[in-house]
Design a protein around this ligand. Structure first.
Ligand SMILES: CC(=O)[C@@H](O)[C@H](O)COP(=O)(O)O
Ligand SMILES: NCC(=O)COP(=O)(O)O
Length: 238
């Protein structure tokens, strides 16, 4: 059954906008878990534009479901993750100035680097996932890195689906089927929403986790956080 991991980056964005501690990200993480979230995801970026490194530390004792920390494995990020030891680390090849994540790894060109980084996290008891585009040879490359899971980058699907192009799901299905056959766990994320999550999750075989933040927070402004989380869970479990 697919788990819902709530990405709370945008709660930190709102907190930082006034320089105080409202909304409190630790309390929000506790609350979303009480509302039914099966994981909490954060993506501390080098400029700490939203989630700060200290947030990652402060959240550790509060997250009793699955704790997923996403980011580009620069040294400071690696040190933080090895210190905090979340359930899962998701490696994302973001440029430091990227407005958001916008591409998966080239798992072939970066094989040696990813092998070493993944091994270090796994040796510290941290499950690994790597952010990939829905391209078959990249899934084969991901297998060669030794990662436990992949995270399918779903921005392309979300955009096409919003235009009515349901056929955009096809490469994601093919990649998930290949990943399953290779023994790779399948996660997914980026621009998933209440509009597209049911169609996506119904079509992707073996989907273990979706991490959703931007749309979920925006939807919650109108529908309420607890209600939105329950809506996602019904769409995922229905
Ligand atoms: C990897 C991924 O798709 C998400 O973690 C996304 O990067 C969210 O980052 P922002 O909240 O900074 O857009
Ligand atoms: N890995 C995807 C994630 O954590 C949230 O992405 P988004 O829902 O904020 O686009």
């Amino acid at each position: 059954m697919t788990k819902l991991s709530v990405n709370i980056n945008k709660i930190a964005t709102l907190r930082n906008s006034r320089g105080g501690d409202v909304p409190n990200v630790v309390q929000f993480a506790k609350d979303v878990q009480e509302f039914g979230a099966e994981g909490v995801t954060i993506h501390p970026r080098p400029d700490e534009r939203h989630i700060r490194y200290q947030d990652a530390r402060d959240l550790k004792p509060a997250v009793y479901t699955e704790y997923n920390i996403e980011g580009n494995p620069i040294q400071s990020f690696m040190d933080l993750v090895l210190e905090v030891k979340p359930t899962q680390v998701t490696l994302v090849p973001d440029a430091e100035d990227a407005i958001t994540s916008n591409a998966g790894w080239d798992t072939i060109k970066n094989k040696d680097f990813l092998v070493d980084v993944i091994k270090e996290f796994q040796q510290n008891g941290i499950r690994t996932s790597i952010f990939v585009d829905p391209v078959l040879n990249q899934i084969e490359g991901a297998k060669e890195t030794g990662t436990n899971r992949i995270e399918l980058y779903t921005e392309g699907f979300a955009h096409e689906f919003s235009l009515g192009n349901e056929s955009a799901i096809k490469p994601y299905v093919e990649c998930a089927e290949l990943a399953n056959s290779l023994g790779l766990g399948v996660n997914a994320g980026h621009d998933l929403s209440l509009d597209n999550i049911k169609f996506f999750s119904e079509n992707i075989p073996g989907l273990l986790e979706v991490s959703i933040g931007h749309a979920l927070v925006a939807e919650s402004l109108y529908l309420g956080v607890e209600n939105v989380i329950q809506m996602y869970l019904r769409k995922l479990k229905g």
